[in-house]
Write a protein that binds this ligand. Structure first.
Ligand code: RBF
Length: 209
C-alpha cells in the first residue's frame, strides 16, 4: 500500500505534467501551489534559524575552577577584538574568575595552531580557545591559511588531549565577518568560549576516575 504522505506540499509540488490527467481535483492542487511554496519557504527559514543556534547544551554550565587560554590573531584586529570580548563575556557570565584565563596574541591565524599547541602542552589550561578572522575577498592566500589553521588546531587537540575550540571566522567579505562578531550568540568568540566550558565540564564528569 502506498505510504500516506504527512507533509502535503510534497504531494502537491509534483512537476507539471506528472501523474494523473487534469482532474478538477488536480486543478485545485495547481491553484494551491503558490500557497504551499510560501509554507515551504517559512519551514526552511525556521530550520535555518534553529540550526544557526550553537550546539552548546542549554543546561546550567559553570566555568568556575577551570583555566582557559585564549589564542587570538592580530590580523583583522578590530573584528578579532570583538571575538575576544565575546569570549571574555561568556566566561564571565559562566562564573570564570578573572585571573583564570590568559590571552596570547599572535600575528595571524596561520600562527594560531603552534601557540595553541604550546598552551595546551603547558598543562596550565583546561581548554584553549582559538580566535581569528580570515577574509576571502581580501586574502589571495585564503584557502592556504584557512586550511592550515583548521588542520593545525585539530591536530593540536588530538595530540594533547586538551580541548581546542575553533573560533576562527572564515568569511567571504568584511560584512559577513562583522556579522559573526556581534553580541552574545551572534559572536563566534562567545560561542567558542561557551563550548569550551561545556567540554571541560563534560570531560571532567565523564572521564575522570
Ligand atoms: N592572517 C589572518 O589571520 N587573516 C587573514 O585574512 C590573513 N590574510 C593574509 C593574506 C596574505 C596575502 C598573507 C601573506 C598573510 C595573511 N595573513 C592573514 C597572515 C598569516 O596568517 C600569517 O600571519 C603571515 O603569513 C605570517 O606567517
Amino acid at each position: 500500500m502506498r505510504k500516506k504522505c504527512t507533509f502535503s506540499p510534497c504531494c502537491i509540488l509534483r512537476p507539471l505534467g506528472e501523474g494523473s490527467p487534469q482532474t478538477p481535483n488536480h486543478i485545485w492542487q495547481l491553484a494551491l501551489r503558490p500557497l504551499y511554496s510560501i509554507r515551504l519557504n517559512r519551514h526552511a527559514q525556521t530550520l535555518r534559524s534553529e540550526n544557526s543556534q550553537p550546539a552548546t547544551e542549554q543546561k546550567a554550565l559553570s566555568a568556575k575552577g577551570f583555566r582557559f587560554a585564549i589564542v587570538a590573531s592580530r590580523w583583522n584586529d578590530s573584528i578579532v577584538s570583538r571575538l575576544i570580548d565575546g569570549a571574555h563575556d561568556a566566561l564571565k557570565e559562566l562564573s570564570a574568575d578573572e585571573n583564570t584565563f590568559e590571552i596570547f596574541r599572535v600575528p595571524g591565524s596561520f600562527e594560531i595552531p603552534l601557540c595553541a599547541l604550546k598552551a595546551a602542552e603547558s598543562g596550565k589550561f583546561d581548554a584553549v580557545i582559538c580566535l581569528g578572522v580570515i577574509i576571502r575577498g581580501e586574502t589571495p592566500h585564503f584557502d592556504y591559511i584557512a586550511t592550515e589553521t583548521v588542520r593545525g588546531i585539530g591536530e593540536a587537540a588530538l595530540k594533547t588531549g586538551v580541548p581546542l575550540l575553533f573560533g576562527v571566522i572564515t568569511a567571504d567579505n568584511i560584512d559577513q565577518a562583522i556579522d559573526r562578531a556581534g553580541e552574545k550568540l551572534s559572536n563566534k568568540g562567545f560561542e567558542a568560549a561557551r563550548a569550551a566550558v561545556e567540554l571541560v565540564n563534560l570531560y571532567r564528569k565523564a572521564f575522570t576516575k
